[in-house]
Design a protein around this ligand. Structure first.
Ligand SMILES: Nc1ncnc2c1ncn2[C@@H]1O[C@H](COP(=O)(O)OP(=O)(O)OP(=O)(O)O)[C@@H](O)[C@H]1O
Length: 243
């Protein structure tokens, strides 16, 4: 087998920092129109896996695939051009620019340049309802996330990697976020992988979940299946053995 089943995924990924193995033999795949939840306790390796998937870290083992192509050696900007978009847990916006200026920078970030109408459409999809003359630095966490998402959506990505998009949000915002993501996936056929370490939040949004613990996949299945898995419960709720 040279490929993964979905539009995007990885096989046999490993990475070590120094002599410490952070990820071991990690495989996953996501299909168009699907939300795959990537869960696991703090330090499980979720963000490190995202760094490998988007091309910022080089894995010591394994391959990354997109649309049947091995993109393991592809640079981060080429992956973006191929339709892979990624958000970060911390929504860092250019604080001194307005929303309009930020969107304009994204429109002209690389060719093909995007039209103002495409930026408006992306804001509509991201549910960003703030006036465009407002400073990006004055936005709250959720609107910052929406703005950054709009910058990605104007490029019509095929795959979205969302790193803890619900962190720092209140419950009503999380409900709205779920609707935004669901629409992207259901109406536009985007494949999404979403990191969330709170098991209960994932049930509402993810079709399937992959659970990482100490760098290894310990369970895959529907959110309900993995949450009832004894290995997952142990990873989350048992104190590590000492001595
Ligand atoms: N660049 C790096 N150099 C050295 N160690 C790193 C590096 N990046 C991550 N690690 C280590 O790898 C382990 C996994 O970290 P990672 O951030 O991927 O986990 P995570 O599951 O995303 O955790 P969290 O839920 O806390 O964000 C941690 O022990 C972390 O300290």
């Amino acid at each position: 087998m040279t490929d993964v089943d979905g539009i995007f995924g990885c096989r046999g990924i490993g990475i070590s920092f120094g002599n410490r193995a952070i990820l071991k033999n990690v495989s996953l795949a996501v299909s168009p129109g699907e939300v795959l939840g990537l869960v696991g306790p703090n330090g499980a390796g979720k963000t490190s896996l995202f760094e490998i998937l988007c091309g910022r870290y080089t894995a010591t083992a394994g391959q990354v695939f997109m649309e049947g192509r091995d993109i393991t050696a592809m640079a981060v900007h080429d992956r973006a051009r191929a339709g892979l978009a990624r958000t970060y847990q911390s929504p860092v916006v250019p604080g001194a620019l307005t929303i309009g200026e930020t969107l304009r920078a994204a429109r002209y970030a690389y060719r093909p340049f995007k039209t103002r109408m495409e930026a408006e459409w992306a804001c509509h999809l991201a549910n960003l309802r703030q006036p465009w003359d407002r400073l990006a630095g004055s936005l709250d966490t959720f609107d910052r996330r929406k703005l950054l998402l709009a910058c990605l959506l104007m490029r019509k990505p095929k795959v979205l990697l969302l790193d803890e998009p619900a962190s720092g949000l209140i419950n009503s915002e999380i409900d709205e976020l779920d609707l935004i993501i669901r629409r992207l996936v259901d109406e536009y056929g985007i494949a999404a992988i979403l990191i969330e370490h709170r098991l209960e939040l994932l049930s509402a949004i993810a079709d399937r979940a992959v659970v990482l613990d100490m760098g290894e996949v310990i369970a895959t299945g529907t959110p309900r299946e993995v949450f009832e898995n004894p290995r997952v419960l142990a990873a989350y709720f048992e104190e590590p053995a000492h001595g």
